[in-house]
Design a protein around this ligand. Structure first.
Ligand code: UDP
Length: 322
C-alpha cells in the first residue's frame, strides 16, 4: 500500500509509520512539528513539513503522493488543555480536518483511517463500552473528535468518502527497538509520568481524584500497547481497500486498571517505590472507560499481541531508562 500519514512525527503516528514500513508499505508523512518530533519520522518515509489545515499544501501533497489512503493522526489531544482552550481544539481538530477532507476529495483520494478516541463516549454506565453506546463527550477534546467523525460520515454520503474511525482507549508503550517512544512536552499522560517518577525525574505522581465511584476511588482506564494500535490502523486500511463499508471500531483490551492499580503494576515492573500525592480531580475525566473491541476483532481481524499492562509498562520503561 502507499499511505499518507498525517501526524506521523507524533507519538502514535510515528509508531504506525514504523509498522507500515516494517511491513513493506510505502509511506509519506505530513506533520507541522508543533508537537511532533522530526527525528521520530522513520528515515524511509517521505516527509512533508506543513499543516493539514493548509488546503493548497495538502492538495499538492496528495496529488504528488497519490496515496491509496490517508491515516489521519494530526490533532491536538490533551483533555485538560481542551477544557481551558476549546477554540484551539475546534480550530485545529475540526477546522483543519474539514480543510484536509476537502483537499482529499479534490485530489480524488477517498480512503481514510481516523484516529478517534474513547473520549467520544463520555460517562457510560454499561461496561465494556461497545460502539452502540451513546456518545456524550465530557470534554472539548472528545467533542471535537466526535465532530470529526460526523464530518467524515457526511462526506461519505456526499462524496463517497470511505472511513474507519478507531476509538482508542488509553495508549502507552513504545516500539521494541527503543528508537521511538512517548515524548510529550509537557508530559500529561499517566503511564509516562509514573515511569518518570520511577526513573527519579519527578518526586511523585499526582493522583487526580480518589473520590470517583470506583472500588478504590480512582479513575479506571483500559490500556493498550501502541504497537497493537499501529497494527489496527494497517488492518483498517486493508479493510477499506478490500472494498468494505465505512465503520467505527473501539480499540482496547477489555480490561480496566485504576490509577492506583497502574501505579502498583509500575512499582512491580520497575522495582521502584513511586510515591503518590492525592490531588483534586482533573476537569473532564470520566470515572471508567473499558472497551469492547469485538467489532475490531471480527471486522478487521485485529488481535492485540501485548494485552498485558505489565508488557506495556515494560516497553515504556525501556525508553524511560535512557
Ligand atoms: N492521571 C492522574 N495523574 C496524572 C495524569 C493522569 O491521576 O498525572 C489520571 C487521569 O485523571 C485519568 C488517567 O490517569 O483518569 C489517565 O489519564 P491520561 O491523561 O493518561 O489519559 P486520558 O484518560 O486522559 O486519555
Amino acid at each position: 500500500m502507499k499511505i499518507l500519514v498525517t501526524g506521523g512525527a507524533g507519538y502514535i503516528g510515528s509508531h504506525a509509520v514504523y509498522a507500515l514500513i516494517e511491513q513493506g508499505h510505502e509511506v509519506a508523512v505530513v506533520d507541522n512539528l508543533v508537537t511532533g518530533h522530526r527525528q521520530d519520522v522513520h528515515p524511509k518515509a517521505k516527509f512533508f513539513h506543513g499543516d493539514i489545515g493548509n488546503y493548497r499544501f495538502m492538495r499538492d501533497v496528495l496529488t504528488t503522493v497519490l496515496p491509496d489512503g490517508v491515516i489521519h493522526f494530526a490533532a491536538y489531544s490533551l483533555v485538560g488543555e481542551s477544557m481551558a482552550n476549546p477554540f484551539k481544539y475546534y480550530e485545529n481538530n475540526v477546522g483543519a480536518t474539514n480543510s484536509m477532507l476537502k483537499a482529499m476529495s479534490d485530489a480524488g483520494i477517498s480512503n481514510i483511517v481516523f484516529s478517534s478516541t474513547a473520549a467520544t463516549y463520555g460517562d457510560v454506565l454499561e461496561m465494556p463500552i461497545t460502539e452502540a453506546a451513546p456518545t456524550n463527550p465530557t470534554n472539548a477534546y472528545g467533542e471535537t473528535k466526535l465532530a470529526m467523525e460526523r464530518m467524515m460520515d457526511w462526506n461519505r454520503v456526499a462524496h463517497g468518502l470511505n472511513y474507519v474511525s478507531l476509538r482508542y482507549f488509553n495508549v502507552a508503550g513504545a516500539h521494541p527497538s527503543g528508537a521511538i517512544g512517548e515524548k510529550h512536552d509537557p508530559e500529561t499522560h499517566l503511564i509516562p509520568l509514573i515511569l518518570e517518577v520511577a526513573a527519579g525525574k519527578r518526586e511523585y505522581i499526582s493522583v487526580f481524584g480518589d473520590d470517583y465511584p470506583t472500588p478504590d476511588g480512582t479513575c479506571i482506564r483500559d490500556y493498550i500497547h501502541v504497537m497493537d494500535l499501529a497494527e489496527a490502523h494497517i488492518l483498517a486500511m486493508k479493510y477499506l481497500l478490500d472494498g468494505n463499508p465505512s465503520t467505527t471500531c473501539n480499540l482496547g483490551n477489555g480490561e480496566g486498571f485504576s490509577v492506583l492499580e497502574a501505579i502498583e503494576a509500575a512499582r512491580l515492573v520497575t522495582g521502584k517505590p513511586i510515591p503518590i500525592k492525592i490531588s483534586p480531580r482533573r476537569a473532564g475525566d470520566p470515572a471508567r472507560l473499558i472497551a469492547s473491541s469485538e467489532r475490531a476483532q471480527s471486522l478487521l481481524g485485529w488481535i492485540p499481541k501485548q494485552p498485558q499492562i505489565n508488557d506495556i509498562l515494560k516497553s515504556a520503561w525501556k525508553i524511560q531508562k535512557f
